[in-house]
Design a protein around this ligand. Structure first.
Ligand SMILES: NC(=O)c1ccc[n+]([C@@H]2O[C@H](COP(=O)([O-])OP(=O)(O)OC[C@H]3O[C@@H](n4cnc5c(N)ncnc54)[C@H](O)[C@@H]3O)[C@@H](O)[C@H]2O)c1
Length: 295
């Protein structure tokens, strides 16, 4: 594996491109939005500088990593020499299905097609291609250059060979790959999202406030951040979407999203990205301030 095409240059796509480029792979970074591509290169440069400041890479390694990345706005062009395509575009089923139809017809016949989706079925994505055995989930965690885990998700048709190749590839990036089967939420979100949803119910039912709930989980369970703060970081819209996929996929009401989460998303309170969720975020401030709504 030499040539990796990454589709989507947002939060995850730029981190995935950064990581592959840092470990010597040639990366074609593809986004339909030219501004997103420019922003991605700025973010990657800033994050490589941070690694230099920490002493984990040299100036030369930074230059090599940046040289390994080429930007594309055309998907067909960007995947035509790929050994592996990692799709990290917006979490939307119809969008992902149309991207996979396109890359199945444009990428080399032996290329592996992976998705970084948080919740969409790999089996469903594979069903629109003519190479179901070569479609797999490669679920990186945010921030990608820092987080060690990669969930490798086997769709119904994913072959042993594809799984093995992706496990080895993840290890070559100094990540720890874990193989899981394709059921809603995979493992990470199947366990995390009900915990976050329960924390929101605990607030909704007035058992305790935002500060108290997060403090119990931080100091009582040694979690690095509380579930409500984590939900703000992930994005409340993303949490809602994943819970709905699990509710629909299992047909089990235990995954039903808390009405407070639904209301907050409808009101545009999506967490860090919108400036307010359970906490209020002011640019440049590191102080954690509970939103007035819950104070
Ligand atoms: N944010 C997280 O913490 C996280 C963690 C793990 C997995 N994921 C998954 O990773 C994927 C990307 O999430 P994100 O947070 O980086 O989203 P994002 O919104 O930051 O970035 C998505 C990018 O995809 C681009 N895009 C949209 N349609 C495209 C197309 N047809 N072709 C090429 N590019 C296109 C957009 O312009 C945007 O730049 C999603 O599937 C998400 O579920 C996200």
């Amino acid at each position: 594996m030499k040539n990796i095409s990454v589709i989507g240059s947002g939060t995850m796509g730029n981190g995935i491109a950064h990581t592959f480029a840092q470990f010597g792979y040639k990366v074609s970074l593809i986004d339909v939005n030219e501004i997103a591509l420019e922003k991605a290169i700025q973010t990657i440069t800033k994050n490589l500088d941070r690694q230099i400041a920490k002493g984990s890479i040299s100036e030369n390694q930074k230059a090599d990593a940046l040289n390994n990345i080429t930007n594309f706005t055309n998907v067909k062009e960007g995947v035509k020499n790929a050994d592996l395509v990692v799709e990290a575009a917006t979490e939307n089923v119809d969008l992902k299905l149309s991207i996979f139809r396109e890359i199945d017809s444009s990428a080399p016949a032996d290329a592996i097609l992976a998705s970084n989706t948080s919740s969409i079925s790999i089996t469903k994505i594979a069903s629109v291609t003519n190479r179901g055995d070569k479609v797999v989930g490669m679920h990186f965690m945010n921030p990608v250059p820092v987080m060690k885990l990669v969930e490798v998700i086997r769709g119904y048709q994913t072959s042993d060979e594809t799984t093995k190749t992706i496990m080895q590839l993840a290890a070559s990036l100094e990540k720890v790959p874990v193989e899981v089967n394709d059921y809603p939420g995979f493992v990470a979100n199947r366990i995390l999202m009900p915990m976050i949803n329960e924390a929101i119910y605990t607030l909704y039912e007035n058992v305790a406030g935002v500060y108290e709930i997060d403090t119990v989980m931080k100091l009582g369970m040694s979690h690095p951040m509380g579930p409500l703060q984590l939900a703000d970081f992930i994005g409340l819209d993303v949490c809602l979407a994943i819970l709905k996929v699990m509710q629909d996929g299992f047909g089990n009401p235990k995954y039903a999203p808390c009405p407070l989460l639904v209301n907050m998303v409808m009101a545009g309170k999506k967490g860090v990205k919108s400036g307010e969720g359970f906490y209020k975020y002011t640019a440049g401030s590191k102080e954690l301030v509970v939103s007035e709504k819950f104070a």
